[in-house]
Design a protein around this ligand. Structure first.
Ligand SMILES: N[C@@H](CCC(=O)N[C@@H](CS)C(=O)NCC(=O)O)C(=O)O
Length: 308
């Protein structure tokens, strides 16, 4: 049987998914796209992941990859390009990259004027969809542990980020060198989100950011083929999970029933048997009636394992 293909479960307006779509472009990959709703329930992926609530999620046969930290490792393994994973982020970039996926990500939306935000949400989801979306995200953040800045504070965080990025790009074409890589895609996606929501281009005061933004966008998404959920399900059913990597020597709860969940937001847990723990990931085996055994991979940073 042919090797299972790389499938991305995502929605168009998801910034973290845009980070992965660009990594796929940089790696010149051919990939299958399954579109998910922008909020749970997600019938295309919930049965495979076991309830991890965030997007994107990647799938290769009966292996399911949660979080862009793990998905990028999978793409890097399929591509001959360097600078495709978090490990490539140099020390001088790491603070900026870290900010992009914490306070800046939330500020990219929280700093937008309410009327503008409502107009965008109405355009994307319609009136009922907008109400459902706002309620859903409110619940998600309430049950999480992060408390993002709002209003003017958020606007200031976002502006300071653009100014710092502009200064950094004065002496280099991209954060990852001459060509965009993991650091660039990570810093780019909250800016992309803000542009999507406001409908504005990059502020003309930030000429370096403008120049760089065009270059990153120009990477494209590789070769994307739309699939339906039934095709993704068949790939899970028709394939066995890959052999698991060797675990670290002392692992709590190995081969026992556990729950794995993010610790920041969207903290819904996935239950299964912990079958591997390596420095970069946990792998949980789920036995399902529909697909047989699937393995769900999680990063360790910002996630926790607890016994069931
Ligand atoms: N650390 C996660 C964060 C992913 C994330 O926050 N994704 C957003 C969409 S861009 C999300 O899942 N929001 C809630 C939802 O879509 O249900 C990653 O790197 O994948």
């Amino acid at each position: 049987m042919a090797d299972p293909r790389f499938i991305l479960h995502h929605y168009e307006s998801s910034p973290y998914a845009e980070k992965i779509r660009l990594l796929l472009g940089r790696g010149q990959q051919t990939w299958g796209s399954v579109l998910s709703p922008a909020m749970p329930p997600r019938p295309n992926i919930d049965p495979l992941s076991g309830g991890y609530r965030r997007i994107p999620i990647a799938q290769v046969g009966a292996d399911i990859f949660c979080d862009t930290a793990i998905i990028s490792l999978e793409i890097a393994g399929r591509s001959s390009q360097s600078a495709m994973t978090a490990a490539s982020v140099t020390d001088d970039m790491s603070a900026l990259v870290e900010r992009a996926e914490s306070e800046v990500f939330f500020s990219a939306i929280a700093g937008v004027k309410p009327l503008k935000l409502i107009a965008t949400l109405l355009r994307l989801f319609g009136p009922f969809g907008m109400i459902r979306f706002v309620k859903d995200r409110g619940r998600m953040m309430k049950s999480g542990t992060v408390r993002p800045a709002q209003g003017d504070k958020a606007t200031a965080i976002f502006d300071r980020f653009l100014a710092d990025l502009d200064a950094m790009l004065a002496s280099k074409r991209c954060l990852s060198g001459d060509e965009p890589g993991y650091a660039d895609f990570t810093v780019y996606h909250p800016i992309w989100l803000n542009a999507l929501v406001t409908g504005n281009g990059i502020d003309a005061n930030y000429a370096q950011v403008s120049r760089w933004y065009q270059q990153v966008a120009g990477v494209g998404h590789g070769s994307r083929e739309e699939l339906d959920a039934a095709t993704a399900f068949s790939e899970a059913k028709d394939n066995e999970p890959r052999p698991v990597p060797e675990s670290e020597s002392h692992v709590d709860y190995l081969h026992t029933q556990v729950m794995v969940a993010p610790t920041d937001y969207g903290c819904e847990a996935v239950e299964g048997v912990l079958v591997a723990q390596t420095p970069d990931r946990w792998i949980v085996a789920r036995d399902t009636d529909e697909f047989g055994t699937v393995h769900v991979h999680f990063p360790r940073h910002d996630y926790a394992v607890t016994p069931k």
